[in-house]
Write a protein that binds this ligand. Structure first.
Ligand code: PBG
Length: 338
């Protein structure tokens, strides 16, 4: 099957010799079209807070987010993924704030879509910003180990997704890993006439320690405490299980399929794209960003070169799109040709 050749007739370095021939044989390219920018939004006005474990990432109020959105559009980044920072008063055991039509997420969606109708707006569907315990679902009050209940959580997620769709979200992105949530959400959206609202399923979401800085960013780390998400997020040891998860989400009606985290899971991205042939996304998560930032700040790595190499590696593995905190920087670097 593979063409064979042998030295000295075959010299692999011949094509690498000059810039023109290196460019001609390049198999994958990264463009701004591949990028989704995750953003953290706060209540109030004229507010900007930095995130200690994610240098360069800020939590901003809606008025300031509009400026960020404008930059994204100018740079050709197609979509933002919204993550709300909910203050302690908004967190309850039942996560009721998650489907408040006047809540932070619906207000943010409305503001973004009113000002920039062409910008893709993706919302996260999971209860963790809203629960007093920091879990993505509702906890069984009778269970001493605090099991996160599946079917009861589905009802909450369906209400949350509908609330986002009613506010005008283009894409809802369930990141909670409950069984059956894609089907339940699709039914809820369709029943209300939201047949065009897309679902980006976090299908293969692993119980990863690389999410640490994100939990600081949204302020759920303290609530979660020593808790973990092992009873619903996937075991990092597994690969076939990811294929089953994606297959289920295909059957339930998702439009886009995510693998998360990114760089430690390139093999999963590859398998999903190769074996299931679906629109495949990958999330370069907070911990991956923090590592690159920290090494760059210390002068141990060339941050820009390493960040761009990591993003290109997602494309090579088969990703159609990448959620990355580097989205705007990467788009800017590509534009300046640097
Ligand atoms: C929670 C959620 C998490 C991330 C996105 N949505 C964290 C978690 O599952 O605890 C992580 C993103 C990142 O680390 O950048 N539903």
């Amino acid at each position: 099957m593979r063409p064979t050749g042998a030295f000295p007739a075959t010299r692999m370095r011949r094509m690498r010799r000059d810039n023109f021939s290196r460019r001609l044989m390049r198999e994958n390219v990264l463009t701004a079209n591949d990028l989704i920018f995750p953003v953290f939004v706060l209540d109030g006005e004229q507010r900007t807070e930095s995130v200690a474990s994610m240098p360069g990432v800020e939590r901003v109020s809606i008025d300031r987010l509009l400026l960020v959105a404008e930059q994204a559009l100018t740079l050709g980044v197609p979509a933002l993924a919204l993550f709300p920072v909910i203050d302690a008063a908004g967190k309850t055991d039942g996560a009721e704030e998650a489907w408040n039509p006047d809540g932070l997420v619906p207000r943010t969606v409305q503001a973004l879509k009113a000002r920039f109708p062409e910008l893709g707006v993706i919302t996260d569907v999971a209860l963790d910003p809203y629960t007093s315990h920091g879990q993505d679902g509702l906890i069984d009050p009778r269970d001493p180990r605090g099991y996160v209940m599946n079917d009861e959580t589905l009802e909450a997620l369906a209400k949350q997704a509908l609330c986002h769709a009613e506010a005008g979200a283009d894409v809802v992105a369930p990141s909670d890993m409950m069984d059956g949530r894609i089907g339940r959400i699709r039914t809820e959206l369709d029943r209300a006439g939201h047949i065009h609202t897309r679902i980006l399923a976090y299908s293969a979401k692993y119980a990863s320690s690389f999410y640490g800085p994100f939990r600081d960013a949204v302020g759920s780390a303290g609530n979660l405490g020593k808790g973990n998400k092992y009873t619903y997020q996937m075991d990092p040891a597994n690969s076939d299980e990811a294929i089953r998860e994606v297959a289920l989400d295909i059957a339930e009606g998702a439009d886009m399929f995510m693998v998360k985290p990114g760089m430690p899971y390139l093999d999963i991205v590859r398998r999903v794209k190769r074996e299931l042939e679906v629109p495949t996304y990958v999330y370069q998560v907070s911990g991956e960003y923090a590592m690159l930032k920290a090494a760059g700040a210390n002068g141990w790595l060339d941050e820009k070169a390493c960040a761009m190499e990591a993003l290109l590696s997602f494309k090579r593995a088969g990703a159609d799109g990448i959620l990355t905190y580097y989205a705007l920087d990467a788009a800017r670097w590509m534009k300046s040709g640097a």
